[in-house]
Design a protein around this ligand. Structure first.
Ligand SMILES: NC(=O)c1ccc[n+]([C@@H]2O[C@H](COP(=O)([O-])OP(=O)(O)OC[C@H]3O[C@@H](n4cnc5c(N)ncnc54)[C@H](O)[C@@H]3O)[C@@H](O)[C@H]2O)c1
Length: 450
């Protein structure tokens, strides 16, 4: 799907006109390109204490130009706004901030750095989970990082993004996987997010193919976001199994063949769906992505029973029942990764979508409720909540509502299926066992439900 205004605003004539008239000028976001060597294509500035020290161990794999606030800190050269190169990425470890006064360290680090930002910069703030701290003032100071992060996300512009990672005790060695995602164009349409990392023994062996040796099942994979997810998981080395309804079997099989995978034609709401799925997966799976989803919009007063039931069945009941069946049959391997497609509609609610929003909020609840029990087997379960993504689903929305959905976020544009797929692929990595029971919005920091 295309966004004519974004194309115009980035043309030579458009740039002049948009500037002269003071219209919003959304920037074309950088996306990950296959074959790229390092996550950060440019200079990175790091500051702070113990978590910065932990992160500094992987800096050379993230970028070939890392700088610190002081000469020699973490073995790096000093960066200054006057003499340093344009910055592509910032990491600030705010975990040492233990009271309200010390919050000024945020201003002191970021103010000069903001003057030196290049295009599409990525910012990560590191902290400690407030709930893990005994001292209420320290917990409050760490909680303050959320408001700071979300505000900076709204101010940064230039296609930039800002996230907060709360790093639990023992999770310091899991920073690399998260930084590789949040500091690279893989998270182009993710901003203002707060993620908690916990200790996890699983490791990625080869960062160029982090999913090598793993088998992934993606539902609703014949088109749109599901097809992008299957492509991205295959790019990262997974053996992919693509599932979709029997009427689209041809498109499904064609895509599966291109990706070296296999198609499974199955309606996930069929009475014998679980039995059919178990039969189709004799070896089981390591990665399970519940992407299949439908909308049947009507205000509640006019909603038919069929509209209500079909949306709840496809979006919520089928993921519940199929995951349970795979678990009980031992077809979800130890250390498996389960990813559920939610929606910001499930967070903010949406007029005419009481069925859809209920199903997607339920999906978030499922990830949160199941995480502790699944964690005992090394399995993680998370939800990805897309905002406005350019697909056939959103192309069907009436023009004015479509335009509002596209623009009402910090990036001033809709996301692409690839943006959602990259988030799923990150959750699917072995090292992402450090994250479970969480929801990651891929919405350009949408104002809805922010
Ligand atoms: N497009 C967006 O902006 C957006 C925003 C938020 C959330 N989402 C969610 O992302 C997911 C993918 O969305 P999309 O835009 O690619 O949708 P889409 O309609 O393009 O694709 C959905 C796929 O699911 C399949 N499917 C539907 N019912 C099925 C069933 N019973 N059994 C098996 N397969 C079935 C469809 O055949 C289709 O291939 C959905 O869960 C959707 O709710 C999308």
């Amino acid at each position: 799907m295309s966004d004519p205004y974004l194309n115009f605003a980035n043309s030579a004539l458009g740039r002049r006109l948009v500037g002269a008239l003071g219209l919003p000028a959304p920037l074309r976001l950088e996306r990950w390109m296959a074959g790229r060597a390092r996550p950060v294509d440019g200079a990175l500035l790091i500051g702070g204490g113990v978590l910065a020290e932990a992160a500094s161990g992987c800096l050379q794999r993230l970028t070939d130009a890392a700088f610190a606030q002081q000469d020699g800190q973490f073995g790096l050269r000093r960066w200054t706004a006057e003499h340093g190169p344009k910055l592509k990425a910032l990491i600030f470890d705010a975990s040492g901030i233990g009271n309200a006064e010390q919050l000024r360290e945020l201003r002191e680090f970021f103010q000069p750095a903001l003057k030196g930002l290049g295009q599409c910069p990525r910012v990560v703030v590191l902290g400690r989970p407030p709930e893990s701290l005994q001292d209420p003032f320290a917990a409050s100071a760490q909680r303050a990082l959320e408001g700071f992060t979300r505000s900076l996300g709204k101010e940064i512009r230039r296609g930039g993004s800002v996230q907060l990672l709360y790093v639990g005790q023992g999770a310091e060695d899991q920073l690399e996987g998260a930084l590789r995602f949040f500091l690279s164009p893989k998270s182009a349409y993710v901003s203002g997010q707060v993620i908690r990392l916990t200790a996890c023994a699983a490791r990625v062996q080869d960062w160029t193919r982090p999913l090598a040796g793993l088998t992934a099942l993606v539902t609703g994979a014949s088109r749109g976001i599901g097809a992008a997810i299957a492509q991205t998981l295959a790019r990262d080395g997974a053996q992919v199994l693509l599932l979709d309804v029997p009427p689209v079997k041809n498109a499904l099989d064609a895509l599966a063949a291109r990706l070296g995978g296999r198609g499974i034609a199955l309606d996930i709401c069929a009475a014998d769906a679980a039995a059919q799925l178990l039969e189709a997966l004799p070896e089981g799976v390591d990665i399970l992505v519940h992407n299949a989803g439908i909308t049947r919009d009507k205000t509640l007063a006019k909603m038919s029973e069929a509209f209500w039931d079909s949306v709840i069945d496809v979006n919520l009941r089928a993921p519940q029942l199929l995951t349970q069946a795979l678990l009980e049959a031992g077809k979800l391997h130890a250390d498996a990764r389960v990813v559920l497609l939610a929606s910001i509609s499930g967070i903010a609610g949406n007029l005419g979508q009481s069925n859809y929003a209920a199903s997607k909020a339920g999906v978030i609840g499922l990830a949160q409720a199941w995480a502790p029990a699944l964690g005992k087997r090394g399995i993680s379960i998370n939800a990805v909540a897309p905002g406005f993504i350019e697909t056939q689903m959103t192309a069907a929305i009436p023009l004015t509502i479509r335009e509002a959905g596209r623009r009402m976020n910090s990036m001033g544009q809709g996301g692409l299926p690839q943006d959602v797929a990259e988030a799923v692929a990150w959750f699917a990595q072995p090292s992402s066992g450090a994250v479970s029971g969480q929801v990651l919005r891929v919405c350009g920091q949408s104002l809805l439900g922010a």
